[in-house]
Design a protein around this ligand. Structure first.
Ligand SMILES: Nc1ncnc2c1ncn2[C@@H]1O[C@H](COP(=O)(O)OP(=O)(O)OP(=O)(O)O)[C@@H](O)[C@H]1O
Length: 296
């Protein structure tokens, strides 16, 4: 079921075409990564979806409707935009209770939502003392208050430490895969979302560059392992016997498809062949992103 639909969306600010004819959909039960370098137009797209920016043309729809026409938006869409600000003197629970009151939600949703993001123990602490990562979690908990089934999250991994990013991955997958939510999550860092998303939409300078399932974009044939070894005459046939396609690049260097680096290492060990280099080549997705961003 299509939960989010962006159709021929365009928005300019003066002479800058922030979004220039972008179309994609996000289905229920999946996480879609909306990726692109800084200034690509991601935030503008998400702001159009949330009715904060009026597009010049095209549509940005949630559940087939414009956000501004939703009768009780918090129960349908949970949104976290970049640089969410909090009153530093308020406790986390008070912050959420105020949002509950404004949205007509029962008070207890504040504590429940805080617990879902792992902040139950600090509900009575003032937000002013929170780390950036804790603020990100608090922002996420505010998106959970109305138990929505559509999530629109702008760079939610910003400021999280590696453990926080790992937690976020699991949490977003849980929302989509266990609870059937549609999750649209933007990032300018591919590695942050690569292990989370089912689908990828890449934009640059307002235009769509590539879209597809993660599986399509990472297994379209080009990902191989480069292996430098002391005895390729022994290793090559052993890898082939294990089902790999082996190309002899030059003396002592093989390019292996169909096995990952650890399987290659294990076979080399079994054959008592010394490896001097094992490099996983980048997937097509990583290459596209690298060209756009220079990210390594
Ligand atoms: N309110 C605005 N007024 C003028 N220009 C804007 C406005 N909002 C965005 N832009 C411009 O539109 C372009 C796209 O910006 P946008 O914030 O959508 O990109 P982004 O992909 O979200 O980037 P980032 O990862 O840096 O947040 C940029 O050139 C930006 O400077």
């Amino acid at each position: 079921m299509t939960a989010i639909e962006i159709r021929d969306l365009a928005k300019s600010f003066g002479s800058v075409k922030a979004v220039d004819g972008v179309s994609f959909t996000v289905e229920a039960g999946s996480v879609t990564g909306y990726l692109g370098p800084n200034g690509a137009g991601k935030t503008t797209t998400l702001r159009c979806l949330l009715g904060l920016v009026t597009p010049d043309s095209g549509e940005a729809l949630v559940d087939g409707r414009r956000y501004v026409t939703l009768p009780q938006p918090v129960t349908e869409v949970g949104a976290v935009l970049e640089a969410t600000s909090f009153h530093p003197g308020r406790t986390a629970l008070d912050h959420l209770r105020i949002l509950c009151a404004a949205a007509g939600l029962p008070d207890e949703r504040a504590g429940e939502s805080l617990a879902m993001v792992g902040l139950a123990d600090v509900g009575d602490k003032r937000v002013g003392g929170f780390s950036l990562g804790m603020r990100q979690r608090l922002a996420l908990s505010s998106a959970l208050l109305g138990r929505p089934k559509i999530f629109i999250l702008d760079e939610p991994a910003n400021g999280l430490d590696p453990a926080g990013i790992e937690w976020l991955r699991g949490f977003l997958r849980h929302l989509a895969h266990d609870q059937g939510a549609a999750v649209l999550v933007s990032s300018h860092v591919l590695a942050e979302v690569e292990q989370t998303v089912d689908n990828v939409v890449i934009i640059a300078r307002g235009r769509l560059v590539r879209q597809g399932s993660l599986a399509e974009l990472t297994t379209n044939g080009d990902s191989a392992v480069r292996v430098r070894a002391s005895d390729t005459a022994t290793l090559g046939p052993a890898l082939e016997a294990a089902g790999a396609k082996v190309e002899r690049v030059e003396d002592g260097l093989l390019r292996v498809r169909g096995l990952d680096a650890s399987a290659v290492g294990q076979i080399a060990l079994d054959q008592r062949v010394v490896l001097t280099e094992v490099t996983q080549e980048r997937s097509d997705l990583q290459k596209v992103f690298l060209e756009l961003t220079g990210e390594r």
